[in-house]
Design a protein. Structure first.
Length: 398
């Protein structure tokens, strides 16, 4: 594990084709974008600026970075920061040397818990950029999205919400809210948005760029309330869905038919882990997945929490094999005390991230919420950004 030397919260990351790691860092004065060109050994700030030391994004309630790896010509780096009224977004096509800024990047004011992602269009023509950029958010009453056909310059509502905030039928009727996980687009332009819907793992699928949505339940197993499930799709169209389920353990299910049916859920936690939170995954070639989560080996309270990463190259097999490793040491955990269900303390917050780099190795972003004071007193203290890297295994690249 490599530390950044800067504070963080809800860290997202991306890895460019030349191996540069792009990471969000949440500061008291707003958010920063960090870049490492030496596999996390050192970091530089590449945030968009009005002038020297004057940041364009001066407010952030939810920082978010995303590297569009579905563009063959240019890997566009996006940084988007929530302001409640809407979001500031900037993007760079030259590794953060220069930025274009859109001060109103959602198409609709008053939203929360945003996700930004991109992929090829299903039918619409794009202008100046080959992929459609999607921005989805929670507004309590719905989980809704907007889209940009010009690479992030302008955004417009997609259509009907991916999810409504209230369930009127079934065993879980009542208010469900609008919180969802991070969305993805597959090679055919189909959009996927995961969410825990009244304690059930659901997935919204749109084949017309968000105009309409099909909602499918992934499993009869329960999901923790207000958690962020994770979804991705491989080049063959297989859908992978991960969520925190019964007994707060991590589960993975796969659909080989576009979401019509799902495999029996597989528990993918490392041996000895009793509870997890903030589970996230990324997919490379068919059957090759990487995932990360916060996990505790403690059966009783109070708990200590470590960062974990895992992978498999046989996720599509009848009896897949998963490999896992902790990125932090037992004597120096990433967190002490409560970590969920849902939010993990006051510094790690709502999610972490994992991506498969172009060389096929997985990287994950964490927050070290246990500094020297925490180790001595056994209470949460600190919020330094960190990244983990799984090395030595088979490549997971697409």
């Amino acid at each position: 594990m490599s530390r950044t030397g800067t504070t963080s919260g809800e860290p997202t990351l991306g890895v460019t084709k030349n191996g540069h790691i792009i990471l969000s860092a949440l500061q008291q004065t707003g958010a920063e974008v960090l870049k490492s060109t030496d596999e996390g050994r050192s970091w530089e700030v590449i945030s968009p600026q009005l002038a020297e030391s004057i940041a364009i994004h001066q407010v952030s309630l939810d920082p978010y970075v995303y590297v569009d790896d579905k563009n063959e010509d240019v890997q566009r780096i996006f940084t988007i920061d929530l302001t409640v009224a809407c979001s500031y977004m900037s993007f760079s096509d030259d590794g953060g040397e220069s930025w274009t800024t859109n001060p109103l990047a959602c198409g609709r004011p008053v939203n929360d818990h945003q996700t930004l992602f991109a992929g090829p269009p299903a039918s619409s023509p794009t202008v100046g950029y080959p992929n459609i950029v999607y921005y989805c958010w929670n507004d309590v009453a719905t989980s809704s999205c907007s889209r940009s056909l010009d690479g992030g310059i302008t955004f417009h509502p997609t259509g009907s919400p991916a999810f409504i905030g209230y369930e009127t039928e079934g065993e879980a009727s009542g208010h469900c809210g609008g919180i969802h996980g991070h969305g993805v687009v597959d090679d055919e332009g189909i959009v996927y948005l995961p969410r825990e819907f009244c304690a059930r793992p659901f997935l919204a699928i749109s084949r017309d760029e968000g105009t309409t949505w099909e909602r499918v339940r992934v499993s009869s197993l329960r999901a923790i309330r207000n958690g962020d499930p994770s979804v991705d799709v491989d080049s063959a169209g297989n859908i992978y869905y991960a969520w925190v389920g019964p007994k707060r353990l991590p589960f993975l299910a796969v659909s080989k038919d576009g979401g019509k049916s799902w495999s029996k859920p597989m528990m993918i936690g490392a041996p000895g882990v009793h509870e997890v939170n903030l589970l996230t995954l990324d997919v490379g070639a068919p059957g090759r997945v990487a995932f990360a989560y916060m996990g505790s080996k403690d059966a009783e309270h109070p708990k200590t929490w470590d960062g974990f990463m895992g992978m498999s190259v046989t996720a599509l097999k009848a009896s897949p094999i998963f490999y896992s490793a902790a990125v932090s040491r037992d004597e120096d955990p990433l967190k002490r005390g409560a970590c969920g269900p849902a939010r993990c303390g006051e510094t790690i917050l709502d999610f972490i991230d994992v991506v498969i780099a172009p060389d096929g190795s997985p990287w994950a972003s964490f927050v070290d919420a246990c500094d020297a004071k925490c180790i001595e007193t056994e209470f949460e203290s600190g919020n330094e950004g960190a990244v983990g890297h799984l090395v030595g295994g088979p490549a997971l690249d697409r």
